[in-house]
Design a protein around this ligand. Structure first.
Ligand SMILES: Nc1ncnc2c1ncn2[C@@H]1O[C@H](COP(=O)(O)OP(=O)(O)OP(=O)(O)O)[C@@H](O)[C@H]1O
Length: 299
């Protein structure tokens, strides 16, 4: 059974068609990215999944249940973009309270609060009040809140927005560590980050589903992304096209080529490229196996 199934799903606000006839089926597993420009409908889709709002047309199910139904209590949780903590209570007591709302006894709720705080590496801040936490720590507490009850699906809306690189990395690590048991659906504008975390990308634009793609390479072909520093780009293009196994070479920007090639077990193509660059004395900045998410979505 699909984790999330949308059939002809539309959402009209009074003056806006925010989601337009979406058909989508997502399976449990590695984190899934939800991408799209501002106003594309990402938050609307999250709100529908949480059952905060109702579709105007079509249907949406999570593990076969309607969003917001009792069967999904403790199964799906969300970190909203603007999650805030109550300044008056300690972190542990707030998480404990949320656990009791999910049906935990007081004693179990206390344990659960400490368990989820440990997952986000904040066990030592259990008795702190929100104002003593940094922005990054507050975000981790909100993620801890979303992890109460070990849900199967966690929706993260811009989980690292506004965080410094070290805190953003910590959050990515939390998602990676928990991905065996929980499927994360992550909305973000940071394609580099999504590329590191996700296997599948859902791309929305103006309320329409433009693409739902796997970032993993296909069975038959693979990609190399070659970024150059000093070279004759036109001549390099021709030389690359002449190499064994190369199917297509696409120029991306001033200094980059994305090379599609017949998959192979050895490193023959990489060796040929490096020999070519050495022979011509062309300097490269980077050779990346695969292609970027930006290239996958927008090429
Ligand atoms: N409550 C509402 N009433 C009317 N229009 C709304 C409402 N909520 C969202 N919209 C509109 O619906 C469209 C989709 O909004 P949504 O917030 O889902 O986009 P988004 O992809 O999350 O954008 P962002 O990346 O900026 O967060 C936008 O044009 C927005 O202005």
């Amino acid at each position: 059974m699909s984790l999330i199934q949308c059939n002809n799903l539309s959402k009209h606000y009074p003056n806006k068609l925010a989601l337009d006839n979406i058909n989508l089926s997502l399976d449990a597993g590695a984190p899934i990215a939800l991408v799209g420009p501002n106003g594309a409908g990402k938050t609307t889709l999250f709100s529908l999944l949480c059952g905060y709002i109702q579709p105007t047309q079509g249907s949406l199910t999570i593990l076969g249940h309607a969003p917001g139904s009792k069967a999904l209590q403790g199964v799906l949780s969300a970190l909203p973009q603007d999650a805030e903590l109550d300044p008056h209570f300690t972190i542990a007591s707030q998480l404990q309270f949320f656990a009791t709302l999910q049906g935990f006894s007081q004693a179990d709720a206390k344990q659960e609060a400490l368990r989820v705080l440990a997952l986000v590496d904040l066990a030592e801040s259990a008795q702190a009040k929100p104002k003593s936490l940094s922005h990054g720590m507050s975000k981790r507490v909100s993620i801890a809140q979303a992890l109460i009850g070990s849900p199967s699906i966690v929706l993260l809306d811009e989980p690292t927005a506004g965080l410094d690189p070290a805190n953003a990395k910590k959050i990515r690590q939390i998602v990676k560590d928990l991905s065996n048991d929980t499927t994360f659906l992550i909305s973000s504008h940071n394609l580099d980050e999504l590329e590191k975390l996700c296997d599948q990308v859902v791309y929305l634009e103006q309320g329409k589903l433009q693409q739902s793609v796997s970032i993993k390479a296909s069975q038959a072909t693979d990609f190399i992304t070659l970024t150059m520093q000093v070279c004759d780009m036109d001549s390099l293009h021709q030389q690359l096209l002449g190499l064994n196994q190369v199917i297509e070479v696409k120029r991306s920007g001033d200094e980059q080529y994305v090379i599609e090639y017949q998959k192979q077990r050895n490193f023959e193509l990489e060796q040929q490229i490096l020999s070519l660059l050495a022979e011509k004395q062309w300097r490269y900045k980077a050779i990346l196996k695969g292609r970027t998410l930006e290239e996958t979505l927008f090429s």
